[in-house]
Write a protein that binds this ligand. Structure first.
Ligand code: ASP
Length: 597
């Protein structure tokens, strides 16, 4: 007789001793089945957990059926809940009880599996896991990630709802919004030769909402960026996008702090103190060599250019002579690192473009500081002064970097991050939230010989710096704010330009001609002509939040059907070829590179 599987009385993980003597109907997947001759045990699983089903001779037809089951068959069972007596399994929440099968129904059979869903530790390749992602999703640890992700999204929605934001959708088939990546293009069938761009962000639309009088907008929205193959990027990703009118930086930052507080409370049960500390981009670069510093540990960069002028060491003298700097960081206890480790680090620095990583170990001899290894002989004459200045003590190591400010920052940031991992100084379960503000509005690109926006071209300059736009644009700071969590950029936004003249000026500075500005952004410039309130907003990468809070190692783990690093979906095989008539309809032909031999 068929079991009324849609009338589940319990979820598999819910049964407890208090349910004993009840008749339960459970439905789910066969996690394991064990045939003990006169008795068969099935572990049945759904997203809440596992329950044990016992089938005996008394189970009638169900017994024979049970013995024919395979892992991942879908079944329904009706039976009495009984106590397991001396066979209690304290390892699972339902372990005190089991269900004595009365009726059993096989709802669907499972073929030979590409990997065992119930395997303790999966050794399967990522390609296979993504190819059979629907099976992978059944695993409890993956289920947990998506439930956390949903809790984050829920907290965000509730927060913005409570704060009178309204959710409005923005178009996917649109024109390019410059966020620094390549666009995904969609050909138009009805306007041959014309293309839509998928949005890199809803930036301009949300600004238009403010000009359109909506005051507060928030949307959880998909964005698309065709970026070069970088370690952990996805061509499509989700962001919480918001915008507010009649606000200053502090208003937006305060609102975001409230939202982040809510996320941590509701998704993690953690109370996060607000307001978050703030640091200027300039200070972040000086102290950490990066504009999104991980502040969970020290090892800050120290500028010792002045001190190093007293030292007779050609490499440093040359860097200083060329207008550069010498900086260092002190790694506590790193004198114990082996030569192999420090040599390895030096090679890595060379691998990212540096020339080396001079260092010394700090020791003690006859009560005085003794420097050893590396460039010790050059620095020994001023050993005591150096150690006092940088706060190094015996047992530590000092790593140096001479060169331009930009290079030194890059290499010492890398060194700091690697050393922190090697020396295991990053505290676990710590959430360091930090605002980075006052970025340069534009940066000069020596290769292209032009200015680029640090954020995007709609970011407002700081009022008192506006005069510098004509004389020294590189000195102009912007009204942007990036939110950093444990060294990862989690959100970024800004106060926008709301005056047409300023916006035009910025386009000109960025080398965007009047025609180009008109072609691409006429609607924005128009909107700015017709009464634009001051406004600003931010966007959070939802995928990154899910990744960090679930301690996942990659964005791919927190996206249901992600693309691989080659931007391919192994499940659907997208992207794939299309039929010739589809191309014809679009007036398109493909021009492929010559096949590699
Ligand atoms: N549009 C920006 C981004 O996607 C965020 C913002 O400025 O609000 O990064």
């Amino acid at each position: 007789m068929a079991v009324a599987y849609n009338k589940r009385t319990h979820r598999c993980g819910e049964l407890r001793a208090s349910d004993v003597d009840q008749v339960a109907t459970l439905s789910g997947w066969v996690h394991t089945v064990r045939d003990h001759g006169g008795m068969a045990f099935i572990d049945i699983r759904d997203h809440t957990g596992i329950a044990q089903i016992r089938c005996t001779d008394e189970s009638g037809a169900a017994f024979e059926l049970a013995r024919s089951l395979h892992n991942e068959d879908v079944i329904s069972v009706v039976g009495k809940v009984v106590h397991r007596g001396e066979f209690v399994n304290p390892k699972i929440p339902t372990g005190e009880v089991e269900v004595l099968a009365g009726e059993l129904d096989v709802l669907s059979r499972c073929d030979a599996l590409p990997f065992q869903v119930n395997e303790e530790k999966l050794e399967t390749s990522e390609e296979t896991l993504l190819r059979y992602r629907f099976l992978h999703l059944r695993r409890p640890e993956i289920q947990k990630v998506f439930r956390l992700r949903a809790a984050i999204a829920r907290a965000i929605r509730e927060f913005f709802n409570d704060n009178e934001f309204i959710e409005i959708e923005t178009p996917f088939l649109t024109k390019s919004t410059p966020e620094g990546a390549r666009d995904y293009l969609v050909p138009s069938r009805v306007r041959p030769g014309a293309f839509y761009a998928l949005p890199q962000s809803p930036q301009l639309f949300k600004q238009l909402f403010m000009i359109g009088g909506f005051d507060r907008y928030a949307q959880i929205v998909r964005c698309f960026r065709d970026e070069d193959l970088r370690a952990d990027r996805q061509p499509e990703f989700t962001q919480l996008d918001m915008e507010m009118a009649f606000v200053q930086r502090d208003d937006v930052m305060e609102m975001v702090e409230g939202c982040v507080k809510r996320i941590f409370k509701e998704a993690m049960g953690i109370d996060i103190p607000t307001p978050f500390p703030r640091i200027t981009e300039e200070e972040a670069m000086k102290r950490f060599g990066i504009d999104r510093p991980d502040t969970r540990f020290g090892m800050e960069l120290q500028d010792i250019t002045e001190l190093m002028k007293e030292v007779d060491f050609k490499v440093f003298a040359e860097a200083i002579g060329a207008g550069g700097v010498v900086k260092c960081l002190v790694a506590e206890g790193a004198a114990s690192l082996t030569r192999k480790v420090t040599d390895g680090l030096t090679e890595e620095i060379k691998g990212i473009g540096g020339t080396g990583l001079p260092s010394v170990k700090v020791g003690e001899k006859d009560g005085a500081i003794e420097l050893t290894t590396g460039i010790a002989k050059f620095l020994q004459p001023m050993a005591a002064k150096l150690c006092e200045t940088v706060g190094a003590k015996p047992g530590d190591a000092i790593f140096f970097m001479p060169g331009t400010f930009a290079d030194v920052s890059k290499y010492l940031h890398y060194t700091r991050t690697q050393l922190a991992k090697m020396l295991d100084v990053i505290p676990k379960d710590r959430w360091d939230l930090l605002w980075v503000i006052d970025f340069p509005l534009v940066v000069w690109d020596e290769d292209e010989k032009r200015w680029f926006s640090t954020h995007h071209p709609f970011t407002a300059p700081i009022d008192e710096d506006v005069a510098l736009l004509d004389t020294d644009p590189g000195k102009v700071r912007d009204k942007a704010y990036d939110l950093v969590l444990n060294g990862i950029e989690m959100a970024g936004g800004s106060i926008r330009i709301h005056q047409q003249e300023v916006q035009k000026k910025i386009f000109t500075l960025l080398g965007i001609s009047e025609e180009e500005a008109k072609e691409k952004f006429e609607f924005l410039l128009d909107a700015l002509r017709f009464g634009a309130p001051p406004h600003g907003g931010i966007a959070f990468g939802l995928d990154r939040w899910a990744m960090l809070l679930s301690h996942a190692d990659s964005l791919r783990e927190v996206i249901a059907f992600p693309k691989t690093q080659r931007a391919v979906c192994p499940l659907t095989n997208a992207p794939g070829p299309v039929a010739a008539d589809q191309l014809d309809e679009l007036y398109l032909a493909t021009k492929l590179p010559p096949a590699k031999t």
